[in-house]
Structure formats: C-alpha cells, structure tokens
Design a protein around this ligand. Structure first.
Ligand SMILES: [Zn+2]
Length: 146
C-alpha cells in the first residue's frame, strides 16, 4: 500500500510501537506537473491569456510544495508515544535522550494522555518496599541476562 499512499509502517526504535511514516522526502515529477497545470490555470483566470508571469507562480508553488512535503516527512518521524526523534539521535544521543525524557515528563502531566495507550517501554518498576524490579508487563523478547 506504500505505493499508493507514500506511507510505510515502521516501529519506533525506542519504544517499539508501530507508527506510519511518509517515505516521500521531496516533490516528485507528478508534483511538478500538477503545480504547472495549476499555475497555467491561474494564469488563464487572472490574465485571460498566455503570460510568462505564470512562471514565478509555478516556481512559488513548487517551492511551497517542497517545503510542505519535507515538513510532513520530518514531523512523521517523531514518535507520538515516546517523543523519540531518530534524526536528533543520529546527531547526538544525549540530545535525543533529553528530548524523550522531556516528552515523557510532559506526557505524565498532560491529562489528555492519562487514558491513552501505554508507552510500550520496558522500564523497571519500584515495589512498595522500595525494591527495583523488571516491569511485570514487559515483553519477554528482550529478557536476557547481562
Ligand atoms: Zn516511540
């Protein structure tokens, strides 16, 4: 289905939850054709004939669509459940950790997240006695001795 929608199912590298990301990073040839047709249509509506002034309109439309496609791609990369950003992680692991920590702190305080799905993180839990134990709800996929 990625062929028709330009979206792909992937898993977050941090919390392992499934998410959809846009695979298209830049405008395609069909976007150039669509913006060209739109600018020619605008040319005939505004000047009622052929004018070379449609070229700046076409270039503006191509620029706007390129910016929108890149912003859409970039925003879809960030995990909505844990705030993990793979682009920041490639640049700096510490900055990505700070961003995830800040996101999870804000998520804890935001009432709109209180009834939403869990973050799917296998964080250890503290018992009432103060002992730190592995999360009892965690998946056993990563359960190995270190
Ligand atoms: Zn995540």
């Amino acid at each position: 289905m990625a062929l028709f929608h330009g979206r792909e199912d992937v898993y977050c590298a941090f919390c392992k939850s499934q998410k959809k990301v846009y695979t298209k990073k830049h405008v395609s040839f069909s976007n150039y054709v669509e913006t060209f047709v739109l600018s020619v249509l605008i040319m005939f509506i505004v000047w009622e004939g052929f004018e070379f002034r449609f070229l700046p309109i076409w270039l503006s439309l191509v620029l706007i669509s390129e910016v929108l496609v890149q912003v859409r791609w970039r925003l879809a990369l960030v995990c909505k459940r844990c705030g993990f950003d793979p682009i920041i992680y490639r640049r700096s692991h510490e900055d990505a950790a700070i961003k995830v920590k800040t996101f999870l702190e804000n998520r804890k305080k935001d009432p709109s997240y209180w009834l939403s799905k869990d973050t799917n993180l296998d964080l250890p839990c503290r018992t009432p006695e103060g002992e730190i134990v592995p999360n009892p709800r965690s998946s056993k996929l990563l359960d190995f001795d270190m």
